[in-house]
Design a protein around this ligand. Structure first.
Ligand SMILES: Nc1ncnc2c1ncn2[C@@H]1O[C@H](COP(=O)(O)OP(=O)(O)OP(=O)(O)O)[C@@H](O)[C@H]1O
Length: 704
């Protein structure tokens, strides 16, 4: 048979199996729905029973509904290619591999979950160590339709006569495909070095390092899915938290886990770690450096112990016809003493009130002594402690503190200077005060770590007493219960682009993983944080005392064409250790283009380059520029209405990728921060196929 006919015949064989799988999926769905209905019926019936039977029936109902809902949730996930692989071994046994394990009515495997040990050979077998696999086949589907198959022969001399072999490499085909808005999963083509990381033990800290495009993000997400599958009992209840650098990034990766049927994972950008906040603004580099360093913590601590701006300077209270007074100095003494106990001020309110009463009693005793009288101290304290005017004083003198309010206080440069004495220099103080004074732009990403730190430093506000709400109806959804605010007991935390976390951000993230195991992903060469030593120590503190620590380095760049990566590598040549740069495996024959442009002609050149690339590639086109030029460049392109086009600032481009990239004025990326060359390296490694660099200043590229 000719090659296309063989291929068509093989596709038909796989289509028949895929059809069987979907038929079975429908049957399982019907069964789960029936189980859920039965659960509800039991619940209804329970109302007529005696109390003891009622409890056990309601328990049974909850279990049935819960399991049925879980099953339905898994079955209903939108799988893009439920079945994607097949292994044929020496004995002629076939194993289909897919995003979900499914058995037929006789309990035989129709599809093995890719995370199950029985599927490991799909990723681990090589021609040198074939693990009994004769042929590994990748099956490419769109929905329920098989589009193509692609084979790898692992034991050439064991291929039976009637076994057809087709295709020329599923990996290269996958890498060459155009990119869309969202990252896709890589389950069908996970490489051996990646699989080792995905399946590494869950305890302790697993570090994944590697250059751009080596699949670190993809691997970390697949690892999350794998861990939840293998250790659901240990990890599932408390859940997995994935932290990414920006909302654009978390949105970009948001499809990967659901495409594997995994919904028990929370994705949060660094600006969204604190409940209720969605900060997306990046501070200019010098400001971010101050807000991110541990020095700021001490400033915050001093600030919240300072006298609140609204606090009265004097206390006067009349007790039995006599005026008792505490002046500013005396009040300050009480405040300092109350703070030295170390507890968060919101937890210290009662203690502070007691100390104030003590000071008033001491005053009264002093007066009495001068007059030769005696007073009953206990009675005085009780009487004053119940007085409304005492409480009115207390709420303004020792108010309930909220994190945002403390940062607002620090907009007052004098107050900030007092708190930052000996910690920040004059320039840093002015810069910070001016920033806190301008609240019109909302919080920045770095502010969120400060607010979270303050949340812990001030302590929780006293709870208002609520009327008890009695649950009358059971929840019909049967889904997972919602988490309390500021939930911080995740069992596994994944941190992506970890090289950029500031020490203050490490503290914030560490708080969410006090009891967790970790997967930490990063590339030191892409780092834009200026003080790696301080960040490393904050990172170690975040992990706590963990027994196991393992590190993997990925070395193959799957994203960039080799032509594009060669250019990027030139830019960081003096800034990376040898061996830190990955090897790009795919040559496309298309060289990146560097176009010298006059500054005045940048707008027109950008429009032309974008138009050209939108025509040249099928997928996305990213325009990358320095952070503060984004609005200007977006303005140039406002006439180009194409969903595939995105304008993004240098720092926000971290972790993202596009089919083609226009990089506008690379020299601006170098000068916008102290780690500029690394930021430029990030920008140059975003394109999978084509890259055009528009530069009015040639300084960015080292002379050959
Ligand atoms: N085994 C694979 N099969 C198919 N595609 C892959 C594979 N490994 C990685 N890729 C693809 O390579 C690209 C880069 O992957 P990813 O974004 O995870 O890399 P990264 O190391 O996190 O990059 P960066 O550090 O630049 O953010 C993605 O499009 C990903 O899907």
């Amino acid at each position: 048979m000719s090659e296309p006919r063989v291929r068509r015949a093989e596709i038909a064989i796989e289509q028949a199996h895929v059809d069987r799988v979907y038929t079975r999926l429908d049957e399982l769905r019907v069964q789960a729905e029936a189980m859920r209905t039965k659960g509800y019926e039991i619940g209804q019936g329970a109302q007529r029973e005696a109390i003891f039977e009622q409890a056990s029936m309601l328990f049974e109902r909850d279990m049935m509904v819960y399991h049925a809902n879980q099953t339905l949730q898994t079955l209903d996930a939108e799988y893009e290619g439920l079945v994607f692989g097949r292994l044929d071994d020496r004995e002629g046994e076939r194993t289909y591999v897919g995003r979900l394990g499914i058995r037929d009515a006789e309990f035989d495997n129709l599809v093995t979950d890719w995370r199950a040990p029985a599927a490991a050979a799909f990723y681990q077998a090589t021609a040198e160590e074939p693990m009994d696999v004769v042929r590994r086949r990748v099956i490419r589907c769109s929905g329920q339709n098989v589009l193509d198959v692609d084979d790898d022969v692992l034991i050439a001399d064991a291929v039976p006569e009637d076994m057809a072999i087709v295709g020329e490499g599923a990996l290269m085909a996958a890498l060459g495909r155009s990119r869309g808005e969202k990252m896709r999963d890589i389950v069908a083509t996970i490489q051996k070095e990646q699989d080792e990381v995905i399946r590494a033990p869950w305890r302790g800290v697993t570090e994944i390092t590697g250059g751009p495009g080596t699949g670190k993000t993809a691997v970390a997400l697949h690892r999350a899915a794998y861990l939840l599958y293998r250790y659901r009992r240990q990890l599932g209840g408390a859940g997995v938290l994935v932290i990414g650098p920006s909302g654009v990034f978390t949105s970009y990766i948001s499809r990967v886990l659901p495409s594997m049927g995994e919904t028990n994972v929370e994705l949060r950008a660094l600006g969204e770690v604190l409940d209720g906040l969605e900060a997306t603004r990046q501070d200019p580099a010098p400001l971010a450096a101050v807000k991110g360093s541990l020095r700021i913590r001490k400033v915050l601590l001093r600030a919240l112990r300072d006298t609140p701006p609204e606090a009265p300077e004097e206390m006067r209270i009349v007790y039995r016809g006599e005026v008792l007074k505490l002046n500013a100095r005396e009040l300050e003494k009480v405040r300092r003493k109350a703070h030295t106990q170390g507890a968060p001020p919101n937890r210290q309110r009662i203690r502070a009130a007691e100390m104030l009463l003590d000071a008033l009693a001491a005053k009264a005793e002093q007066h009495a002594k001068d007059d030769g009288r005696q007073i009953d101290r206990a009675e005085l304290i009780t009487d004053l402690g119940e007085r409304i005017d005492f409480h009115r004083f207390l709420v303004v003198w020792w108010p309930v503190l909220y994190p945002a309010q403390i940062l607002k206080w620090l907009a007052d440069e004098k107050r900030l200077a007092a708190a930052a004495k000996g910690i920040l220099n004059r320039q840093e103080i002015s810069m910070l005060a001016a920033d806190f004074a301008d609240r019109s732009r909302g919080w920045s990403i770095a502010d969120v770590a400060l607010l979270d730190e303050l949340r812990v430093l001030v302590g929780p506000p006293p709870k208002r007493k609520r009327r008890q709400v009695v649950e009358v109806e059971p929840e019909r959804s049967g889904g997972a219960p919602t988490r309390p605010e500021h939930y911080d007991e995740y069992s596994h935390v994944v941190v992506d682009e970890s090289q950029d976390l500031s020490p203050m951000q490490w503290r914030m993230v560490g708080r969410r993983g006090k009891y967790a195991s970790w997967t930490v992903v990063g590339d030191p060469v892409q780092s834009s944080w200026p003080d790696p030593a301080e960040a490393a120590s904050a990172r170690d503190q975040a992990f706590g005392v963990k027994t196991a620590r393992r590190r993997f380095t990925l070395r193959t760049n799957y994203r960039n064409s080799a032509e594009i990566f060669d250019l990027a590598a030139k830019v960081v040549a003096g800034h990376a250790e040898s061996g830190e740069l990955p090897v790009a495996v795919r040559r496309t024959g298309v060289e990146p283009e560097v176009r010298p442009v006059e500054a005045a002609g940048l707008a027109a050149a950008t429009q032309a380059a974008v138009k050209e690339l939108l025509g040249a590639v099928e997928g996305t086109v990213g325009v990358i520029t320095a952070m503060d030029r984004v609005p200007e460049v977006a303005g140039w392109l406002s006439g180009q209405a194409d969903e595939r086009l995105k304008v993004v600032g240098s720092l926000d481009s971290k972790g993202l990728e596009y089919d083609a990239v226009v990089l506008v004025e690379p020299n601006d990326l170098i000068t916008e921060s102290t780690t500029g060359r690394r930021v430029l390296y990030v920008a140059l490694t975003r394109a999978t196929q084509q890259l055009i660099v528009l530069a009015s200043n040639p300084d960015w590229i080292p002379a050959a």
